[in-house]
Write a protein of this length. Structure first.
Lengths: 269, 273
């Protein structure tokens, strides 16, 4: 007698797994079509859409812009979130629920409302300067920071919840000040949480499209924005080629993470 | 003035940042909604009585309800194996959930276009096998939107479901099996009721997420089955009526706020003091 799911459960789950993976696999043959429109290669496989990625400078530009914005916004969002979460953990302030609620607002509000709000914010800033403004890289980086900071707060707060308060109390009892405790006790204990927050916020900014659509037009064209333009009107098979590249990166990263985790589990046993 | 402890000052940068970049601009949206094109509550009247806007709201609710049911049910059935399956099953399910989760929404919507459009893979295959004489229209309509959104939201439903399932005591399931209940009976009469709070939570999260979502509907709906979020986009960039866009946003924010309050209330008893 076992409580493991049976054959029926496994079959249903397999169908759902196929549903989950199908669109990702479907992109692969389409990317090799010799035609200019969305179609299957008819015996004739071509690399023209991969060449297009290399030859059209818009793709390299979008890639560079997305990486730059991702790095800047991940650093800004994670730093602010780190200070905030440390403050909540150390000070246990009154109305903590309210403060956390405000910090998480962009994560729980409907994305389109955040998009309109940040659009309003950036066109207002555009009246005063042309650096952090509508359709500039700094404007996009700022807006992305707003959207991704809540995720960093969640990850760092979870990491802090696992720190044993007694080691901090011991350090405090032995006379360590706030800065010393943070540097030598708390930060080393949550370093994995902080690194995960940096990685997650980078990926979220890298993929961000909902808000980016509202706050850019022709100058700050990130990679997702460029893909969006190729998807809206006539579907450009170059989107299939870039999608295959992105899928391969994700699959390799997820597999590597899984393998490393398993190895860590085996060695720790 | 009450003394503020020094560590509490660490909260100030992020809170100040959020107030300046989010709360104050949102008040600007509220202001737009009651001043554009002229002062008054006309835009709210329009948002709540104009037949076009109402039909968009109705369609949004219908699609979100179907998407929520489909994605929570699918996520529940696959998460069972993630939590309770054999090690190989667990690994396979984990990869099937994590890989799509990390892939951009645009790539995933494009994948559905490649599969479902008239020159797409499914139509090409069915026609060459003689199953279909005419290509079937599966995108640029509600069907495509529902498929694409359910695909996007399954991983988001799977995470809360998995944490709810992990709290179930295996011995209770074993007891039910020992007393002669079949596997499906254990699942539907013991396991599902025990994880009901998690299912409800996942449902609310997915529903709220689906409401404000517009990238997948815009691509797979092809402008034909416009949802509330896309209507906001269109009223800002294509046939501008900023006041109406702002009013719909405020209505949406209030609605989602209400749903989240509901979520908090039903989640509270689960957290022991």
């Amino acid at each position: 007698m076992t409580t493991r799911p049976g054959l029926l459960a496994a079959c249903v789950a397999a169908l759902i797994a196929v549903f989950l993976l199908m669109p990702l696999i479907a992109v692969i043959p389409v990317s090799f079509t010799p035609n200019r429109y969305l179609s299957l290669p008819d015996g004739d496989w071509s690399l023209r859409h991969y060449h297009a990625l290399l030859e059209n400078p818009a793709w390299a530009k979008g890639l560079g812009l997305s990486i730059g914005i991702g790095v800047v916004s991940a650093l800004l969002a994670t730093s602010l979130a780190l200070l905030f979460s440390l403050g909540i953990w150390i000070a246990k302030p009154r109305y903590a629920g309210l403060w956390v609620g405000i910090a998480l607002l962009p994560m729980v509000a409907p994305p389109v409302v955040s998009a309109l709000t940040l659009y309003f914010f950036l066109i207002t800033l555009s009246k005063f300067n042309s650096f952090v403004a509508f359709d500039t890289w700094a404007g996009v980086a700022l807006a992305h920071s707003v959207m991704i900071a809540p995720y960093a707060v969640v990850l760092i707060t979870v990491a802090l919840a696992q720190v044993d308060r007694r080691i901090d109390l011991a350090a405090r009892g032995m006379g360590a000040g706030l800065a010393r405790r943070t540097r030598s006790i708390i930060l080393p204990n949550i370093r994995f949480g902080v690194i995960s927050a940096l990685l997650l916020t980078f990926v979220l900014s890298w993929e961000e499209i909902g808000v980016t659509l509202f706050i850019t037009s022709v100058k700050a064209v990130t990679l997702p924005r460029l893909m969006w333009m190729g998807l809206r009107d006539n579907i450009d098979p170059a989107i299939a080629a870039i999608s295959v590249v992105l899928i391969v990166i994700v699959v390799v990263a997820v597999l590597a993470k899984t393998v490393l985790q398993r190895m860590a589990e085996v060695t720790s046993k | 003035m009450p003394r503020i402890s020094r560590p509490a000052l660490l909260l100030v940068p992020l809170l100040g940042f959020m107030v300046l970049t989010y709360l104050v601009p949102f008040l600007g949206i509220v202001q737009w909604s009651v001043t554009l094109p002229e002062p008054g509550l006309d835009q709210y009247r329009a948002a709540l009585s104009d037949p076009l806007v109402l039909s968009v709201f109705l369609r949004t609710f219908r699609i979100c309800a179907v998407v929520t049911a489909v994605s929570v049910a699918s996520a529940d059935m696959i998460t069972v194996l993630w939590v309770r399956g054999s090690p190989a099953q667990r690994l396979a399910v984990e990869l099937c959930i994590l890989i799509p989760f990390w892939i951009s929404v645009l790539t995933r919507a494009f994948g559905w276009l490649a599969l479902l459009s008239t020159k797409g893979i499914l139509n090409t295959w069915s026609q060459s096998l003689g199953l279909l004489s005419e290509p079937l229209t599966m995108v640029r309509n509600e069907f495509g939107v529902i498929v694409g959104m359910a695909h996007f939201l399954i991983p988001f439903a799977a995470f809360p479901l998995a944490s709810a399932m992990r709290t179930v005591d295996e011995r209770i399931l074993l007891a039910a099996r020992g007393m002669g209940a079949s596997r499906s009976r254990v699942f539907f009469q013991v396991f599902v009721p025990m994880t009901a709070a998690g299912i409800l939570g996942a449902g609310l999260v997915v529903f709220v997420f689906a409401l404000g979502f517009f990238v997948t509907p815009a691509i797979l709906g092809g402008g034909r089955s416009v949802m509330a979020a896309e209507l906001i986009y269109l009223r800002v960039f294509q046939s501008p009526n900023w006041g109406l866009a702002a009013a719909i946003s405020v209505v949406m924010m209030v609605g989602v706020g209400g749903l989240l309050a509901l979520l908090m209330r039903q989640a509270r008893p689960a957290v022991p003091k």
